[in-house]
Design a protein around this ligand. Structure first.
Ligand SMILES: Nc1ncnc2c1ncn2[C@@H]1O[C@H](COP(=O)(O)OP(=O)(O)OP(=O)(O)O)[C@@H](O)[C@H]1O
Length: 348
């Protein structure tokens, strides 16, 4: 079980004024502003679930994961992973968790991947059969042997990510924290990575916390969702519950009465104010309606009354639509650009 209780993380940033005089005055006055990256966040992630930690850029996801993995200490509040406060018990916590930060390597920069794995094997005291089984899987699915003896710093982004993912799974951790794990990976490797994590969950009961801007990753891996906006949790529940918050639904239909697409559109939009009708390339019409205003029955009845329907279906609302709505609200005019003043390694 992963628990966050009123978790807060603030960063103090020196205010910099532009120009030479500005730099001098910055040195003299030393004014600071505080960025509250994580703002009183509380949640419980049950063991054995696969949770997507979702939010727009700068919402506070990576900062939360850094506290859960012990890299950062909270400003206030607390969190526990399998009963341990990660920032107080970094060593013990490290045995329980496997971590990937797409933006930051967990491997030794000057060592080759096989050398890194040999060290990790000792650090985690991995039993021989487990080590062999996992290496076999990584050879088969991530083509890890092809990385050869090249030092990690000379690997391409995709090659490094393959090694990072393998390293995070090497010791069969109880909890995986994966922050943007598939950046730089091609489609085949993304599939392999999804297979590996789902296998670990199915066979070992691994708890997964995934941060990704790749909607397909979330759909292929996660069953639950935790959505943050401006450092605060705005939704926690199953992925299905999140999809049900969609404020628009759609009906797609084919008609056989030969009416021109433009006329069909005009007739629908006049008869059902607030509804949008869009012809697609295949000759079908997609009707998007606000759920607060119409039921699917009302929309369908209108279509049946006005057109000779050859076929119709109601697609499930997509995660992308739901997130676009949440992220759209998150953009406040005049917001400062995210990431300003970050330290190079992101550490506290
Ligand atoms: N080390 C740091 N020093 C100062 N500010 C920081 C630091 N790390 C993060 N921040 C700020 O905290 C806020 C949250 O950043 P965080 O990286 O947690 O967001 P995120 O949700 O992971 O974003 P993204 O999706 O872009 O990776 C941002 O405004 C960011 O600029």
């Amino acid at each position: 079980m992963i628990v966050a209780e009123h978790l807060v993380k603030e960063f103090r940033l020196a205010e910099r004024k532009p120009g030479l005089l500005g730099s001098l005055s910055t040195l003299l006055t030393r004014r600071h502003r505080v960025v509250r990256a994580v703002d009183d966040v509380s949640f419980e992630i049950p063991a054995g679930t696969k949770t997507a930690y979702i939010g727009a850029n700068g919402a506070g996801k990576s900062t939360t994961i850094k506290m859960l993995t012990g890299i950062m200490t909270p400003t206030s509040g607390r969190c526990t992973v399998a009963g341990l406060e990660p920032y107080r018990h970094r060593q013990r916590n490290a045995r329980t968790i496997g971590v990937v930060f797409g933006q930051r390597s967990q491997l030794w920069w000057d060592l080759s991947v096989p050398d890194s794995f040999r060290i990790l094997r000792r650090v985690y005291d991995i039993p021989e059969p487990v080590y062999r089984r996992n290496l076999g899987l990584f050879r088969e699915l991530l083509d890890i042997d092809a990385l050869g003896s090249t030092p990690v710093r000379q690997l391409s982004l995709g090659q490094r990510m393959r090694a990072e993912i393998a390293a995070s799974l090497l010791h069969d951790p109880a909890v995986l924290f994966w922050d943007e794990p598939t950046i730089g990976l091609d489609m085949v490797l993304k599939d392999a990575v999804r297979h590996l994590v789902n296998r670990a969950h199915r066979e070992l009961g691994t708890t997964v916390v995934l941060t990704s801007h790749d909607i397909a990753d979330i759909g292929a891996i996660c069953d639950s969702a935790l959505v943050v906006d401006h450092g605060r949790v705005v939704h926690q529940g199953t992925l299905k519950d999140l999809l049900r918050t969609a404020d628009h639904r759609s009906v797609v239909f084919d008609h056989r009465d030969g009416t021109a697409a433009g006329t069909v559109r005009a007739r629908i939009e006049a008869g059902l104010p607030g509804v949008r009708a869009t012809p697609d390339d295949g000759g079908r019409i997609r009707v998007d309606y606000p759920t607060g205003r119409y039921t699917s029955r009302q929309v369908l009845t209108f279509l049946l009354d006005h057109f000779d329907l050859a076929d119709w279906y109601a697609p499930e609302p997509g995660l992308e639509d739901v997130l676009r709505k949440i992220y759209g609200r998150a953009r406040v005019p005049g917001d400062t650009p995210d990431g300003a003043g970050r330290t190079p390694d992101g550490a506290a």
